[in-house]
Design a protein around this ligand. Structure first.
Ligand SMILES: C[S@@+](CC[C@H](N)C(=O)[O-])C[C@H]1O[C@@H](n2cnc3c(N)ncnc32)[C@H](O)[C@@H]1O
Length: 653
């Protein structure tokens, strides 16, 4: 029976296997740092394979690099022995919610989630530290050897103490920030779905570096552009020479050719007020039929330059002069320069009822009707300047004050901006992730938008348990970490949203359909040490003794639910799975997603229990080494499953 690996997969080895499949000669054996023989790429051979000529040494090439880049790259692929420990006591609606709140370093969280969530996240938004010289950057400390790293990892998390100040006087000021971002974005890319997109808030300090890193990792062809968000219309008075009013949000899609990665957004009320005319087909606005771009003229577009004839009696437009259509109109600019029409003669013929003529000053003009209700007319492309009043940073603080009564978070983003990003980058059933989530403004916005449009978007928030200074407002209110603030924000925002939906339902007119309350719960998970004992040093490389059944390899403090959450990634089952505790054959089991997985970590599992579990015919079944009552049970396990459920994939931990 298969043993479940205790670590995230070794991505370097996976990549080497892919190279080996294409270029067998470029893969060789080498000793690793611990003296074990592993596969490694022979880069000289690979270069030869790819160049078609003898290559001697590195060439000059276009690249963006900094001291520590290679370590940062390696860091993304380095496996870790960590798990997500469930915290039902901190969660809300544990049994039913599909939202997740993860406490821990996002690099570790992304590594643990990669197997299960690869290709599933539609929208990632992040608001990382901007590297202002005053904020803190997570110290991944790549200089450590594997053994030191394993020995130390986790040590800092409890205190949230691996966040270090990154002052401009640090000789590696920009390098450290790039090294922090690079592996996280590498992993983020893996999580994005084919139609997914990532939005990143940043400011002048690192915008150029972020653009280069993003283009390298996501591909410059997948760079969409940026939103310039007017976050401070009066300008920051701490700036020198130019008081900044905007902050960019950089956007990449996973796959530009996909076509439906980003949405058009609803027109705002100012734009809607342009639809100020009405006829029996609905509201419309008048758009001049003349092309105002003078490069389109009788020379460049001769077939679009011709006279139109207007009826002064009813405003109708014709291609030929007749008794009614007596007013001639050519596409001339105000100064008489000839331009051309935007519609061809055949379109004017077939869609003639959209056209009308109207006097404007002392001349007649030809217009087309653009109806609001028709197709995409009510929607528009997001503009690069995003200047709604509610995108002002003050609205971020305002929402926090409204929910908490005081400013418990230093730089919360305005919820309306998160809402705009959701409109552009998500659909109603999307999985949305923010792995620098702070006070969880994105979670608040996801719940609000779901309440407004009946969507079922789910969120995953990740946040380091950064310790809150006692002197701050959050500290005075009794919050010890930013995670406490984020979780409480989701609780309070969720209740407020529920109250608003209930109130709106009470006010409904008779017969109108009430809106449902969205999912306002969340499961809290904590990035933590593996639930398996440390004697299993390297997953996939078990000592024979450790493979013996009856050896209890779960850590003393590991609860059955902890074990379940540790094994879910091995089956690529999401952490939001429906989990029901059931007794099967007299033993305590977890039934995950209605029979997708049955996990039994109870004591003395005998053949009666095994037969009952096999008869449930789950897709997967998992047991604990030490749970079997005797040799007979172990020997019978395979037989029982072969008889009652041969297709069930069985594993032990
Ligand atoms: C600028 S704040 C985000 C604010 C958030 N957008 C909001 O509206 O409240 C950045 C957050 O990232 C967190 N952070 C920094 N390094 C992290 C890491 N390695 N893993 C997870 N969170 C981290 C910080 O604790 C901080 O709360």
């Amino acid at each position: 029976m298969d043993k479940i690996s205790q670590e995230t997969p070794d991505l370097t080895q996976e990549n080497i296997a892919k190279i080996a499949a294409l270029f067998p000669d470029a893969v060789t054996e080498a000793m690793d740092a611990d003296g074990k023989v592993t596969l490694a790429v022979d880069f000289d051979a690979l270069r030869d394979d790819l160049s078609g000529e003898v290559v001697d040494g590195p060439r000059e090439r276009y690249q963006f690099t900094w001291p520590g880049k290679r370590e940062a790259k390696l860091e993304a692929r380095r496996p870790i022995k960590k798990t997500m420990r469930p915290c039902p006591e901190k969660s809300k609606d544990w049994d039913t919610t599909e939202n997740l709140y993860i406490e821990g370093d996002n690099l570790e969280a992304l590594k643990i989630m990669r197997e299960t969530y690869a290709g599933k996240v539609k929208l990632i938004y992040i608001d990382p530290p901007y590297n202002t010289g005053h904020d803190f950057v997570y110290d991944d400390d790549f200089s450590k050897t594997r053994a030191e790293y394993d020995a130390e990892s986790g040590e800092y998390d409890e205190e949230g103490g691996r966040l270090v100040a990154n002052p401009e006087s640090n000789g590696r000021f920009h390098s450290d920030w790039c090294s922090m971002m690079y592996p996280r974005l590498m992993l983020a890319r893996d999580l994005l779905s084919d139609d997914g997109a990532i939005f990143i808030s940043i400011d002048d300090n690192e915008e150029q570096n972020l653009l280069k890193i993003g283009n390298e990792l996501f591909g410059s062809g997948n760079y969409v552009g940026k939103l310039y968000v007017q976050v401070n219309p009066r300008g920051r008075n701490l700036d020198r020479y130019i008081a900044k009013t905007i902050e960019p949000v950089l956007i990449w899609v996973k796959n530009y050719t996909c076509g439906n990665s980003l949405n058009l957004i609803p027109k705002d009320s100012r734009m809607l007020s342009e639809y100020d005319r009405k006829d029996d087909k609905g509201s419309y606005r008048a758009i001049g039929l003349r092309n105002r771009n003078q490069s389109f003229n009788p020379q460049t577009r001769p077939n679009l330059y011709f006279p139109l004839w207007i009826s002064p009696a009813d405003g109708s437009v014709a291609l030929e002069k007749d008794e009614a259509h007596s007013v001639e109109r050519l596409p001339l600019a105000a100064d008489g320069t000839p331009t051309c029409w935007t519609w061809s003669k055949s379109k004017i013929q077939s869609e003639n009822n959209y056209l009308f003529g109207e006097p404007c000053g002392n001349e007649w003009r030809v217009y087309r009707k653009d109806y609001l209700e028709e197709g995409s007319a009510a929607f528009t492309m997001a503009k690069s300047l995003q200047a709604d009043a509610e995108f002002n940073n003050d609205y971020g603080k305002k929402r926090i004050k409204e929910l908490f009564g005081s400013n418990v978070m230093s730089f919360p983003k305005p919820p309306a901006l998160m809402n705009r990003i959701l409109e552009i980058g998500s659909s109603k059933d999307s999985l949305v992730m923010d792995f620098f989530s702070g006070s969880a403004t994105m979670a608040d916005a996801v719940m609000s938008l779901n309440a407004a449009d009946g969507g079922k978007r789910r969120f995953i928030m990740v946040q380091l348990p950064e310790v809150v200074d006692e002197a701050t407002e959050a500290g005075k209110e009794g919050y010890t970490t930013i995670c406490n603030v984020g979780e409480e924000r989701i609780r309070r925002a969720g209740e407020k949203i529920r109250a608003e939906v209930d109130e709106a339902s009470r006010q409904l007119e008779l017969g109108a359909e009430p809106k449902p309350v969205p999912d306002i719960g969340f499961r809290v998970l904590r990035v933590d040490e593996s639930c398996f004992k440390d004697e299993y040093a390297a997953p996939g490389q078990y000592e024979q003794a450790a493979l013996d059944l009856f050896t209890d390899n779960s850590a003393e403090d590991a609860l059955p639910l902890d074990l379940l959450f540790q094994v879910l990634p091995a089956f690529r089952i999401e952490y939001s799975a429906k989990i029901v505790e059931r007794e099967i054959g007299g033993k305590a089991c977890f039934d995950v997603n209605g029979g997708q997985l049955i996990a039994c970590f109870d004591e003395d599992v005998d053949t009666v229990a095994l037969e009952a579990i096999a008869k449930e015919r789950p897709l997967y079944a998992v047991f604990r080494d030490a749970c079997f009552s005797n040799d007979a049970a172990v020997a019978n396990l395979e037989e029982l499953f072969k008889t009652f459920s041969p297709d069930t994939i069985r594993k032990v931990i």
